[in-house]
Design a protein around this ligand. Structure first.
Ligand code: 13P
Ligand code: SF4
Length: 326
C-alpha cells in the first residue's frame, strides 16, 4: 500500500470512529474532557480541552451523566472526587503519572510528623489519598496564589514537584516552605542548555516555560524580578500558554512543555510559529489514550474510576479550598 493510500485509510477510519464516538456520547449523555497534552485526534473530538484546573472546573459543572476523561489517572480521580453522582471513565487505566508516583501516603505522613504545624499544599498531580491528607490542592495555574493566601508565619509543606515548589518559593520569597523532591520525568529531563540552544536559534521567539520544567532553575532570578512575565519569557500553566500565545505580539514561540500542546497552539494561532523545546518531550502516559480506546470506553463502559467515600470527602475539602481561593 502507498503512503497516500495508508493516510486515506486512516482518515476514513478516524472519520468512522469519530461518528460512532459522537453518537455514543450523545446517547449516553457523556461529556468528553481532554488534557492539553492529548494526541490531536482526541483533542479534536473532545467537548472541552484544557489544563488541570480548567478540566476540574468543567467536571464540577457538567450536567452530563458520564465523564470520559482523556488524560491521566489522577485527573480522572479528581473528577470522581468532585462529581460523586457521575460515572467517570478513563479509556486506559494504565495512564499514570511519574510525578504523582513520586510520593506515597506513608512518606507524606512521616513528613507531616516532622512538621506537625505545617500547612500541606499538594499539587493536583497526586493520588486521591494524598489529597485527602492535604490542606490545599493546587494546580500550575494557581499554585502561586494558593501559597500567597497562606499566612506568612505558617510553615508550608509543598509537594510533590520540586521545580513548581522552588518557583513558588522564589516568587513569594518565603523561607518557611519545605519542598518535596519529586519530579515529572518529562519536564525534569530538559536541561537549561536546551533553552540556550533554542533561543539562539530563534532569537525573536518568546519563551513559554511550564513551571514543572527543570530547565527553569537558571531563569528563576530573572523570572522573580519580572514576576513571571518579561517581554520574551512567560512561566505558566498549559492553559496560560494558550492564552499567552494569542495575546502576545510575538509571532514565534519556543514551547517548553509536553509536545501535545503544540496541536492546540497551532490550531488556534495558524499565523504564528511554535517550536517545541525538544521534539522528544512526550509523555507516554498521556499518549496511551487513543481514539480506538475512547471508542471502546464508551462502548464497553470502561474503565470506571472511583474513590472511596472517606477518602473522597477529605480530598474534596482540599480541592474546595483551592477553588474558593481561585
Ligand atoms: P497543567 O495543569 O499546566 O495543564 O499541567 C498539568 C500537567 O503537568 C499534566 O502533566
Ligand atoms: Fe505526569 Fe509528567 Fe506526564 Fe504530566 S507530563 S502526566 S506530570 S508524567
Amino acid at each position: 500500500m502507498t503512503t497516500v493510500e495508508i493516510t486515506k485509510n486512516r482518515d476514513a477510519h478516524v472519520a468512522q470512529l469519530n461518528r460512532e464516538i459522537k453518537e455514543m456520547a450523545k446517547k449516553r449523555n457523556a461529556v468528553i474532557l481532554a488534557h492539553n497534552y492529548q494526541i490531536g485526534e482526541i483533542q479534536d473530538i473532545a467537548d472541552f480541552v484544557g489544563d488541570s484546573l480548567g478540566l476540574s472546573q468543567q467536571a464540577a459543572k457538567t450536567e452530563a451523566e458520564i465523564i470520559v476523561f482523556c488524560g491521566v489517572h489522577f485527573m480522572a480521580e479528581t473528577a470522581a472526587i468532585l462529581c460523586p453522582d457521575k460515572r467517570v471513565l478513563i479509556p486506559d487505566l494504565e495512564a499514570g503519572c511519574s510525578l504523582a508516583a513520586s510520593i506515597d501516603i506513608h512518606q507524606l505522613r512521616a513528613w507531616k510528623q516532622e512538621h506537625p504545624d505545617a500547612v500541606v499544599v499538594s499539587y493536583v498531580n497526586t493520588t486521591a489519598e494524598i489529597k485527602a491528607e492535604s490542606d490545599y490542592c493546587c494546580t500550575s495555574g494557581n499554585a502561586l496564589k494558593i501559597v500567597q493566601s497562606i499566612p506568612e508565619d505558617k510553615e508550608i509543606l509543598f509537594l510533590p514537584d520540586q521545580f513548581l515548589g522552588s518557583w513558588c518559593k522564589k516568587m513569594t520569597g518565603r523561607t518557611n516552605m519545605h519542598i518535596w523532591m519529586g519530579e515529572c520525568h518529562v519536564h525534569a529531563a530538559i536541561p537549561p542548555s536546551k533553552i540556550d540552544q533554542m533561543t539562539e536559534e530563534h532569537p525573536k521567539a518568546e519563551l513559554l516555560i511550564h513551571p514543572e520544567c527543570g530547565c527553569l532553575t537558571p531563569y528563576l532570578d530573572r523570572v522573580v524580578r519580572s514576576q513571571g512575565t518579561t517581554d520574551n519569557l512567560k512561566v505558566t500553566s498549559t492553559e496560560g500558554m494558550i492564552r499567552r500565545a494569542s495575546e502576545s505580539q510575538a509571532s514565534e514561540f519556543v514551547v517548553a512543555t509536553e509536545i501535545g500542546i503544540l496541536h492546540r497552539l497551532k490550531k488556534e494561532n495558524p499565523e504564528k510559529t511554535f517550536y517545541p523545546i525538544d521534539t522528544e518531550m512526550s509523555c507516554q502516559f498521556m499518549k496511551m489514550i487513543t481514539l480506538e480506546k475512547l471508542h471502546n470506553s464508551l462502548k464497553e463502559d470502561v474503565f470506571h474510576v472511583t474513590v472511596s467515600d472517606d477518602i473522597r470527602a477529605k480530598a474534596k475539602l482540599s480541592i474546595d479550598r483551592m477553588i474558593s481561593i481561585f
